[in-house]
Design a protein around this ligand. Structure first.
Ligand SMILES: Nc1ncnc2c1ncn2[C@@H]1O[C@H](COP(=O)(O)OP(=O)(O)OP(=O)(O)O)[C@@H](O)[C@H]1O
Length: 627
């Protein structure tokens, strides 16, 4: 029994001699089955039991007996059975592996088949495409051939048509020529016949016709001789009677002289009147704006004139904000001018200079209104109405391009100014554009002549007009122009206080007023406007009145640009900071030289306003006033 449990003893039968007969494998999968197959081949033609050895069976039987007697027999059988089961399982496993291998082979085969099929399809597609391309080429070629053929046919048709038209044309021409020939022959025949008939008629009536002509000529001569005789006798009688009567001669000579005089004096009077009317009524083309009433302007723009008379000119003039001392100075000038006007004295010429956008033009535009205001203040109601001067605004830039006509234009302006009854404030903005130094190489001959005309007309003090020049760069003026100035007023950049007033003014004008009117799409968020305006006055240091006015427009635009039309505090501040940034950029762009020049007019918040008189001495306002 021990061999059953793997214990080998020499006296025992070796395990290899003990073989358990195996169940023949008819599937032919296992090795044993192949052995049995070999055995079958070997045993072909001999009996199966010829060399049968019964010993193993005996040994087996004996072992079985021993096994039955052994107490471990059951276990041994169980073991054998398990071994057998294990082997069978191993065979099955082997079988499964082989099946899996076969399946794998099948899959591989399928893959190969699919690949083959794909290649075939690809090849077919390629061939199909090639065939399609070829067919397409063929079709194109066929189409081209057809087109060419069609074209050839068309050309042939056209040629035939042309030939036929040419033939028809030739035929038509020939017909027309033939017709014309016939017609002209007929005409000739007709004319010949007519001539022949007339000649025959004239020949037959020659005597009669000659008689007729003779009679007509005789009549004519008789009439002419009679007319001459009558005229001669009338004129001769007239002259004879005139010469005989001396009084008549005198009357005739006087009459003729009077007639000539009348014609010439009427002509001269018309010219003089036209000039007078033009000087009095026509606004010179150089004058851009005037408060002076002009008949021609009224006729041309009646509505505008009525508006001007009723409401004054433009709302941009509603308020000019100046430093108190500058305002005081200007008021003094205004009062002095007013008194000059009342006493028919001579007006003084003024120069206003300073950085751009500081209110020079604006001040002049409202100055005649300011006179009224000042009078209210100082001279009470009785002097208030109709006491101001007229004003007229010219721009220096308009003069230079006039060329040779500049001289006439300047004379026309001064003629017109001299005809003013109320006195005229002649304001020349950007005066440096044409009043620059005559020695300058940049000045043309025409401009030099214009400047000379200006100097000629302003050489003496006038009681008709007051000259006010405005310029950013007065240092460019010709010396002779400087010599004509009586007062020089510097307009400076607004200080802190003025900036605050300006910010409030333009916040009112561009934001609060439109919002309050309710007619526009502009609303304001809740914030402390007063505090914000004060804050912005600090931020806008160095900015001009114009820049602050533009800031007002920017707030308005920001509100309109927003979705709900509401102007918030942040928007106001943002726009202000933007403007400050832009101002800094502009200052940066200013050239070094400009900066040096403008140093004299730059404003420090603590600076005092300075006034220079025409001698070039400068003094502050107090001392000037006291002097
Ligand atoms: N002092 C000011 N008070 C109120 N608004 C001002 C003042 N200065 C300038 N502005 C605003 O700026 C605008 C331009 O001003 P104005 O034409 O008077 O400047 P200017 O000094 O004549 O400048 P420029 O030398 O460039 O001609 C005015 O219409 C006004 O809106």
């Amino acid at each position: 029994m021990s061999w059953l449990f793997g214990i080998r003893k020499d006296n025992q039968i070796p395990p290899e001699s003990f073989t358990i007969p195996q169940v023949p494998d008819f599937d032919g999968a296992g090795g044993s089955s192949s052995n049995s197959g070999d055995d079958k081949k070997k045993g072909k033609g001999s009996t199966a039991f010829a060399n049968f050895d019964s010993r193993p069976f005996e040994i087996a039987a004996k072992a079985v007996k021993e096994l039955e007697q052994s107490k471990h027999a059951k276990d041994a059988f169980e073991l054998v059975r398990l071994q057998e089961t294990t082997k069978q399982l191993e065979y099955q496993n082997e079988l499964k592996k082989i099946e899996a291998h076969i399946e794998q082979n099948k899959i591989e085969q399928k893959k190969i088949d699919a690949e083959e099929r794909r290649k075939t399809i690809q090849e077919e597609t390629r061939q199909h495409q090639q065939r399609a391309q070829y067919q397409d080429q063929l079709a194109r070629k066929r189409y081209e051939d057809q087109l060419q053929q069609q074209q050839r046919i068309n050309e042939e048709n056209l040629r035939k048509q042309e030939e036929s038209v040419a033939k028809q044309e030739a035929l038509r021409k020939a017909t027309i020529e033939y017709e014309m020939n016939l017609r002209s022959k007929a005409e000739q025949e007709k004319v010949k016949a007519k001539m022949k008939a007339r000649a025959e008629f004239e020949r037959e009536n020659h005597d009669l016709l000659m008689e007729q002509i003779r009679v007509k000529a005789g009549e004519n001569r008789k009439t002419v001789i009679e007319s001459i005789t009558t005229a001669g006798s009338v004129i001769g009688n007239g002259i004879q009677s005139l010469l005989q009567d001396w009084d008549k001669v005198l009357v005739a000579a006087g009459g003729l002289s009077l007639l000539a005089l009348g014609v010439y004096s009427a002509k001269a009077a018309t010219t003089v009147t036209a000039k007078y009317i033009e000087a009095r009524l026509g606004k010179p083309s150089l004058v851009r704006e005037t408060s002076r009433f002009s008949f021609l302007e009224t006729v041309r723009h009646p509505v505008l004139t009525i508006k001007k008379v009723k409401f004054g000119s433009g709302d941009t003039l509603s308020g000019v904000i100046l430093a108190p001392k500058l305002e005081e100075r200007l008021r003094d000038i205004a009062i002095a001018t007013k008194n000059t006007k009342r006493n028919r004295g001579m007006y003084r010429n003024i120069l206003m200079y300073g950085p751009p956008g500081t209110g020079k033009t604006m001040f002049v535009k409202i100055s005649h209104r300011m006179y009224v205001q000042f009078e209210n203040e100082f001279f009470l109601q009785k002097l208030a109405t109709h006491s101001g001067m007229d004003y007229a605004i010219l721009t220096g830039g308009d003069v230079a391009p006039m060329g040779s006509e500049g001289v006439t234009a300047i004379h026309k302006v001064f003629d017109w100014a001299s005809s003013s009854r109320r006195g005229l404030l002649l304001f020349i903005d950007e005066a440096d554009a044409f009043l620059r130094k005559r020695s300058s190489e940049y000045i043309s001959e025409n401009l030099r002549a214009t400047l000379n005309a200006f100097l000629y007309r302003t050489g003496e003090q006038s009681n008709k007009f007051m000259l006010v020049l405005a310029s950013n760069t007065p240092e460019q003026f010709d010396w002779a122009v400087n010599d004509r100035l009586d007062e020089m007023v510097e307009f400076i950049l607004p200080g802190l206080e003025e900036r605050e007033r300006l910010v409030r003014l333009y916040f009112d004008k561009f934001v609060l007023e439109p919002a309050a009117s309710g007619s526009r799409r502009l609303k304001i968020a809740q914030f402390d406007y007063g505090a914000l305006c004060s804050q912005m006055a600090h931020l806008t240091q160095g900015m001009s009145g114009r820049e602050i006015a533009k800031l007002g427009v920017a707030w308005q635009a920001a509100a309109y640009a927003s979705e709900d039309g509401v102007l918030t505090e942040k928007m106001v501040i943002d726009r202000c900071l933007d403007a400050v940034k832009q101002h800094k950029q502009k200052v940066k762009w200013q050239s070094e030289q400009e900066r040096r020049e403008s140093k004299s007019i730059s404003f420090n918040d603590n600076d005092h306003f300075k006034i220079e008189d025409s001698n070039g001495d400068s003094s502050n306002v107090k001392s000037d006033k006291s002097s």
